[in-house]
Structures are given as C-alpha cells and as structure tokens.
Design a protein around this ligand. Sequence first.
Ligand code: SAH
Length: 204
Amino acid sequence: MRNKLAETLVAKGISNNNVLNAIRTIPRHLFMDSSFEGHAYQDKAFPIAADQTISQPYTVAFQSQLLEVKPEQKILEIGTGSGYQTAVLLLLKARVYTIERQLELFKKTKIFFGKMGYRPKKMIFGDGYKGLPDQAPYDGIIVTAGAPEVPKALMSQLKIGGRLVIPVGSDEQIMTLFVRKSEKEFEKTEYGSFRFVPLLEDKN
Ligand code: SAH
C-alpha cells in the first residue's frame, strides 16, 4: 500500500527519491487514530487529536522536496502534530527541532516517538511563531500550518543559503519558498494552493 501511495505521488509530480523512499518506509497508519487507520495510505488528510489534521501525503512530500534536506542539516519544524512530517525529515537524516502548541498532541507524539525509536534533537511545547532562537540558525524551516503572515522570527533564524517552506494565507494558502541570499535579501518563489489548519499565535 505504501508503494502504491509513492506511485501516486510520482504521478502528481514528486521526484525526489529520498522523499519517496521515506513515504515507502514510514507506517503512516500508526500516526493516525485507529478509526481512520484503514485509510492511511490514501492521499488524504485526516483528523488527529485537538481538532488538528495529519497532512495529506502529497503535501508532506511537496514540502519536504522544496526543503531540499541534506544529511545532518539542522531543520526546524513548526507544527509537530502527529509527527508524520517529522518522521520524513528524520528519514532524510536531518537533525530535527520540532514545536507543537497543542499540549495533548505534544504529549501524545512524544510518547509515540519514544516507542517507535524516532529521535528528533528536541521536541518543544510552545509557540512556533517565535521559532527557536537558542538553536538558530537553521538550514531549513518548515511550517506545517497555514500562516496568515510570514513570522519575522522565522526569517531571521535562517542561515544564509537556508530555505523556509511555508504555506501563506488565511482560508487557502500559497506554498511559498524563501531562500536567504544574504543578511537582508530573500528570494521568494510561490507554488500552488493548499489548505492547512491555521498557524495560531500565542499573544502573551
Ligand atoms: N505535520 C503535522 C501537521 C499537523 S497540522 C502532521 O502532518 O501531522 C498543524 C499543526 O500545527 C497542528 O498540530 C497545530 O496544533 C500546530 N500549530 C498551529 N499553530 C502553531 C504554533 N504557533 N506553534 C506550533 N505549532 C502550531
């Protein structure tokens, strides 16, 4: 079923073999509620805890491909959720820092990762809008929730040459890639439209 899912993603334009191998390897059904696990290898998003969703495999593959992860790179992920995207980044051999603001999901995924032997460098409960300055700069930052605007903190925590992949917009989002060219210059490229749950800012 996973091989078939990977074939579907190839047909939709995913070409990065390392990303496709991760999709072929990761048991997505274990990242989902048991009531949906029979559908895990469809290319669809599904509900997880706390009114959030596990992203569609195509979306995960598309974002992972845009990030161009290389082994040992330091990657910051905003929106751990089920941990599926995190697992893809780990299979790409990244050093992963991941932030989740829903306590229920944070706890659940942390326990699950322990059982499964997935080892991000750090799992953080908090507001990813602010990034994670104490570990910055990052080779890549991936946001897995829809951002009404691009958080400035994330731009500032990218290495020169680093890549920020973020869906920007309220109801619908445009997948956007920022490559940091210098201290002040960012090259912006826009891709297709996607639908994510919102990136929420904790105003305190
Ligand atoms: N990559 C996850 C996506 C989950 S949906 C998966 O495929 O399972 C997006 C996640 O972003 C949700 O879990 C939501 O709680 C989280 N999120 C929203 N705003 C956030 C913020 N400001 N900081 C960290 N996580 C946030």
